[in-house]
Structure formats: structure tokens, C-alpha cells
Design a protein around this ligand. Structure first.
Ligand code: 5BU
Length: 272
């Protein structure tokens, strides 16, 4: 198990250490709902997306979207999504993976058909283009109290975000400070050995049944992710919304992942 000081602190203690309002809200929501589960709602109509959200909403601290896969994306959709995020108490994370120069990403974040900054609390970016990508996104997101994650590692087989690239991603976040960048998408405690700052680590590629798909996705269990690797939030997509058995089965599977994720966190703190 990683020994980074962050992994031995409670989410409550960590909330107090974050200058960014969205980071604090994420940690406080996790505590309130005893949930380190983010459900990834990768369906292609607004109606289906909102239905999944209603089913899993009570069990999650966060809902993740890919707004560009929704056929009938509209302002009405985001309005209802934001309303549900308040009613059911979760944070919205648009998994946009920005990857361009600062000026372009600032426009992609604020404008176009999706106007991501207007409804999404959290988004993410590849560090590939250099620190200008943070500056571009920050000009739009920081005044709104939004937050950003950098992609330091990925879950897919053969990806290039490893070794020195990952180390440089952490270093770029440290140079930016924690006012807007609040953590990483990563598979492990990538901040290990790079300072004692508190960073949130959100981890996709989580499944209790399957070990992967036919297109390179790789799954680990909530325990492997939270207890063994010291990550903070588990991101689960098809393992929850794709389960057979209708509405009740989806709800029950979300609860199962919530329980598994929380148990692994308590085990990490030595509460078990
Ligand atoms: P799945 O159905 O649990 O495999 O979905 C995983 C989600 O997380 C999906 O939306 C991906 O785009 C996202 N993801 C990922 O799987 N791996 C990564 O490294 C990153 C994002 Br970054």
C-alpha cells in the first residue's frame, strides 16, 4: 500500500486542505454520502442519461459524462442534469480530455454547442500541450469556482502516459498550484515522492466482474484501486449502467460498488 500522507487522512480532514471550492465539495459529498463512487453515464440520448442519473444518484459522489456522445444534447438537458445534481447531491464531471493550446481550449470550454464550463463542476485535460492548457482553462473555470484534473495515467492497454510523462504531469500541477488544478486521473498514487500536497486521484477502469473489453480497456476491483493503489474515487461505467435486469438491477449494482469502494477506503484508514 502507498505511504503518501494523503492515504492515511480521512476525506473530512482532506476537505479542509483544499483551496478550490469544487475539490472541497467533492470530499464533503463523499463523506456525507459515504461514497467514493463516480458513475460514468456513457449513453447516447439525453433521456437515457437522465434515467441512469436518477437510478444511481443516491449512491454516488459524482456523475461523469461525455457530452459529445449525446445525440440530442441541449440546454434543457444540462438544466435538468444540474437540477438533479442538487436534488440528489452529486458533483458533475465532464470527461472532455482537452488537449490543445491554451487559447483553443478556453474557447472549447466556454463556447460551442456544449458550453461545458456553464454546467460542469469538474473537467480534465491532457498535460501533453504544456502548462498553457491549464492557463487557458483557468481563465474560464476559475472565476466560476470550477476545477480541473490532469491526465497523468490512463487505464487502456498500451497507453503512453507512463514513467517520465506521468512524473512531468504531477510536476506541472505542482507548478500551477491547487487553486484550479485539484488532482489527477491516474491508476496509482502518482504524487508519491513528489511533495506532500493533497491531490485528488480519480480512477477509471474499475469492474467487479469483467477484466477488460475488446478495445483495450483494463479493469481492476475497487479494493485494488482504493486500498492497494491509494486512489480516491472509483469511476465505473458499463459495470453499472450496462447491467442486465432493468432499473432495480442498476440501482443495486451502484450500491454494491459504493459499498465496495467505501469498505476499501475504511480498510486503508485501518478502520477495519
Ligand atoms: P467503463 O464502461 O467503466 O469502461 O467506462 C470508463 C469510462 O472512463 C469511459 O467513459 C472512459 O472514457 C473513461 N476513461 C477510461 O476508461 N480510462 C481512462 O484512462 C480515462 C477515461 Br482518462
Amino acid at each position: 500500500m502507498p505511504v503518501h500522507p494523503t492515504t492515511t487522512k480521512t476525506y473530512e480532514q482532506r476537505a479542509a486542505l483544499h483551496p478550490n471550492p469544487t475539490a472541497r465539495r467533492i470530499l464533503e459529498t463523499m463523506v456525507r454520502k459515504r461514497s467514493n463512487l463516480c458513475v460514468s453515464v456513457d449513453v447516447t440520448t439525453a433521456k437515457d442519461a437522465l434515467e441512469v442519473v436518477k437510478r444511481v444518484g443516491k449512491s454516488v459522489c459524482m456523475v461523469k459524462t461525455h457530452c459529445d456522445i449525446i445525440d440530442d444534447f441541449s440546454f434543457e438537458f444540462t438544466e435538468e442534469f444540474v437540477r438533479l445534481s442538487k436534488e440528489l447531491d452529486f458533483v458533475i464531471f465532464e470527461d472532455r480530455k482537452f488537449a490543445d493550446i491554451g487559447n483553443t481550449v478556453s474557447l472549447q470550454y466556454s463556447s460551442g454547442a456544449h458550453k461545458i464550463a456553464s454546467w460542469s463542476d469538474l473537467t480534465n485535460a491532457h498535460p501533453l500541450p504544456g502548462p498553457g492548457i491549464i492557463q487557458g482553462l483557468e481563465t474560464v473555470g476559475k472565476p466560476l469556482g470550477r476545477a480541473l484534473l490532469l491526465l497523468a495515467e490512463m487505464s487502456s492497454k498500451g497507453n503512453l502516459a507512463t514513467g517520465e510523462y506521468t512524473r512531468q504531469a504531477v510536476s506541472m500541477a505542482r507548478d500551477a498550484g491547487r487553486d484550479f488544478v485539484v488532482g489527477f486521473i491516474a491508476m496509482s498514487r502518482v504524487d508519491q515522492g513528489q511533495g506532500d500536497d493533497d491531490w485528488l486521484i480519480l480512477t477509471p477502469g474499475v469492474g467487479l466482474v469483467s477484466k477488460g473489453d475488446k478495445m483495450g480497456q483494463q479493469y481492476r476491483t475497487p479494493r485494488e484501486v482504493v486500498y492497494e493503489s491509494g486512489c480516491d474515487v472509483i469511476i465505473v461505467g458499463r459495470g453499472i449502467y450496462g447491467i442486465q435486469g432493468g432499473e432495480e438491477a442498476v440501482k443495486a449494482e451502484a450500491e454494491r460498488y459504493r459499498e465496495e469502494g467505501w469498505k476499501a477506503y475504511e480498510e486503508r484508514l485501518g478502520r477495519e
